[in-house]
Design a protein around this ligand. Sequence first.
Ligand code: SF4
Ligand code: SF4
Length: 141
Amino acid sequence: MIRSMFEAFKNLFKPVHTVNYPATELVLPKGYRGLIEYDKEACIFCDKCEKVCPPGAILFYQPLEGEKEYRYNPWLCIYCGECVRACPKPQEALWQSETKQQSALKEDGANEGWFVWEAACKQSREDFKAAKIKNKSEESV
Ligand code: SF4
Ligand code: SF4
């Protein structure tokens, strides 16, 4: 008991190793694995990032015509970097920034409606596949 009290008293005068976040800004270490950044211009729409993402934080919507639409959910992302490793164009189409998730983002509605978006993406794939099969069968007639 006396020993633990002594330890506690001793620690009162040691330097603090924690940061009073969010009141104090965090200094992130170099190579910090932060939010995912995406550049549509460099993307070849191979879907590899979507396929390897463990929590499903990247989704592509497949319209019947035109390019796929990318969507990223920072609230689902676990910052594992698997998507960047799988991307054939890393650091061009997809990369991991040194930007930390901000608590203010919680108010931006990024997580709102994600399940609706997820269902829409799934449906868009099915519709696209069905349209392709239909076109092929019409061509072969
Ligand atoms: S870093 Fe991991 S969790 Fe986040 S989007 Fe990429 S694969 Fe998904
Ligand atoms: S893996 Fe890279 S190139 Fe492929 S869809 Fe994702 S961002 Fe685009």
